[in-house]
Design a protein around this ligand. Sequence first.
Ligand code: ZN
Length: 388
Amino acid sequence: MPPKSAPKKSKPRRRKFASPKLLLIWLAILILEGSGVAAVSAYWIFTPGQEAAPAAAQLAPTHFQLPEATPASAPTATATQAVIYLPTPTKTPTPLPPTLTPTAVATQPPSVASAPQPTDTPAPPQIQHVIIISIDGLRPDALFAAEAPYLDTLIAQGAYSPNAQTVSLSITLPSHASMLSGMLPEKHGIVWGMPYIGWPGMNGPTLFSVAHDAGLTTAMVFGKEKMNYLVLPNSVDQRFGADMHDSDIKEHALEIIQAGLPHVLFLHFPDTDRVGHASGWMSPNQLQAIAFVDNLIGEILAALESGGYLNTTLLIVTADHGGHGFNHGDDSPEDRTIPWLAVGPGVRVGVTLTRPINTYDTAATTLQALKLPIPPNWDGKPVLEIFK
Ligand SMILES: [Zn+2]
């Protein structure tokens, strides 16, 4: 288990190699990083048996119980801002109940929410924070197959697309770069899965640099060391980025939230991808990993509720790519199709999005929600369909 890293202040892309010996060491590190060392360790965590089940059970939040008197099952409750993220007691823990299908939960027609209301209806609070959660390697059908009550509830209470697409280069670095920069890979410049000697660095702006330049606070927590290459100088106030596991990401997220939620927070959970590489996409192990991260997200939601942030936070949950077999990276629908969910104040409830969504729309939607200008050179467009 690598140690938790301190926030890094400098971008580590200017590595120099003074001698052939150092070059060999660097190549060896690259090989090790690419050979699935982390994947193997993640595999042990989620191998069915003694490790996985108790860990997930211990993480099952007990503080999400709504008061018994709350009529959360009524459709009107889902439109109440104060409880917008809370799982409803009507969720049954049995796997794959038919009511969990995104279309089935759209019990409240959008026209009801957007129709003219009596003048005493309070205006929805403005979005002051955006949290982007990327679950590495999460296929929408894997999310559907996994036991994930928190994410299922968020889908029921937000606007969701099970058919969003990542870029054609469906690997972690280029895809995340597009998600966070609003640009195609050929424009942001990260077209390799692992940086190489002489790589000139990423082209901006990113959503973080735009937000930071506008005076907003920003933070990133990610579980793969190489994602440090996605960070432009002077764009991120707090950064925890190293080869970590999902539970480490959650811990850093809680620290940040409890210290005061920044305007923009990016959280990357790496283990669903690692387990996919070790055990296969859609394997029981991977579905267990998704159930595990779902519980972690439940803890994060509880922290947001405790901090009073639910009424002012837009939450976007998505993935960088899918996968098939034991890998990903090609143009197949299994690799390119990703989930894309928005939930928060002013966001439509229980809606399945029909507009084609690409991962680079995530950055534009974030800036739109924060009322920041979207750079004209971006490929991404805000997903306006999510808003009431
Ligand atoms: Zn990935």
